[in-house]
Design a protein around this ligand. Structure first.
Ligand SMILES: Cc1cc2nc3c(=O)[nH]c(=O)nc-3n(C[C@H](O)[C@H](O)[C@H](O)COP(=O)(O)O)c2cc1C
Length: 319
């Protein structure tokens, strides 16, 4: 299996990068760092939501993303996550959804760096895990470069060294969450400029990246690339051995994943999302449509045997 360095990582995505997807990514490439979907500090503190990650072998390659704005609550949540040995604690300072904005966390925090600093300092008192921040290049009319620059200056004072920057602004209220992922234009140059200014920080760029073969030109300008939607659609990109022709290895990975799900569902609850993760992974192959239908059927029947049979009977082929 190719040793992909930590240059590429998988973005946090609600409803997508759950513990099952983290498990699947680990089967694809043990070295890839995956960010969990955003979890609110209160959910982490008051529920057993983190226990879903107990069965991962790669927990130390999984970064937990926490949302909130209360230093003591974020710290408590981070402590709970650190006890599970997550790779990194990431604070969400970029989500523009109405619910998040009305709770004054997510993207609102870009305009309140002192509060994020207090949160980071409090988290550091409870754990020595690395802390990172995910944010955007601006919000609404606050697009002056000073906004993001000052944000980093303030957080550098709390010894935060890693920043993941979604290279577009967010527009609160006027755009919904989905449009906020597509309509504001990408501005990679802004992120490259940030790296030039904050040379000692690790700056990861995010937004619109589609593969894991970017050339040296971009590697000179930035410390890493985070991939979201494409990582979910085609996680195979995280292992260069998994070419179109290498379908046998892909089948083996999915077979292993389904076995894992079978055992997991026997012990815990059936989770349909875990199956949605693999529904489109054979698109482009002969048999893909039958595979998709079979996955949909398994979601309804909660029976995974027909999926295992389908793979065993060699019904998926290169066209
Ligand atoms: C379905 C979905 C859910 C997302 N959930 C989160 C989230 O929980 N936390 C977060 O910081 N960003 C979230 N994002 C934003 C992604 O992390 C990423 O910044 C964005 O998709 C841009 O990267 P991409 O163009 O590679 O997809 C989400 C995006 C999508 C598509």
């Amino acid at each position: 299996m190719e040793k992909l360095d930590k240059f590429y990582s998988v973005a946090p995505m609600m409803g997508k990068t759950d513990s099952f997807f983290c498990y699947l990514l680990n089967l694809i490439n043990k070295k890839t760092v995956v960010y969990t979907e955003m979890m609110h500090a209160e959910a982490i503190i008051r529920t057993n939501i983190l226990d879903d990650y107990n069965y991962l072998n790669n927990i130390n390659n999984v970064a937990v993303q926490i949302a909130g704005n209360e230093p003591s609550r974020l710290a408590l949540a981070a402590k709970k996550a650190a006890e599970k040995d997550f790779y990194e604690i990431n604070i969400n300072c970029g989500c523009p959804s109405n619910r998040v904005v009305s709770g004054s966390f997510g993207i609102n925090l870009l305009l309140n760096p002192k509060q994020v600093r207090r949160c980071a300092e409090e988290i550091s008192r409870y754990t020595n895990k690395n802390i990172s921040i995910k944010t955007r290049i601006g919000v609404d009319d606050y697009t002056s470069e000073n906004i993001l620059d000052n944000f980093l200056v303030e957080l550098n004072n709390a010894s935060i060294n890693k920043y993941i920057i979604h290279a577009r602004i967010a527009i609160r209220e006027k755009l919904n969450t989905k449009d906020n992922l597509n309509i504001p234009p990408l501005d990679y140059e802004r992120v490259f400029k940030l790296k030039k200014k904050f040379k000692n920080n690790t700056i990861i760029i995010n937004g619109g990246f589609k593969h894991t073969n970017y050339n040296e030109n971009i590697k000179r300008k930035i410390d890493g690339i985070m991939i979201g939607r494409e990582a979910y659609k085609t996680p195979w990109i995280f292992n260069s051995d998994l070419t179109y022709e290498n379908i046998e290895k892909k089948k083996y990975i999915i077979y292993t994943y389904i076995h894992f799900l079978k055992n997991n569902f026997e012990k815990y609850l059936f989770k349909k999302n875990a199956l949605f993760h693999i529904q489109n992974l054979f698109n482009g192959y002969d048999g893909a449509k039958n595979w998709r239908n079979l996955v949909a059927h398994s979601v309804r029947s909660k029976n995974l045997n027909n999926l295992l049979n389908f793979i065993e009977c060699d019904k998926l082929k290169v066209i």
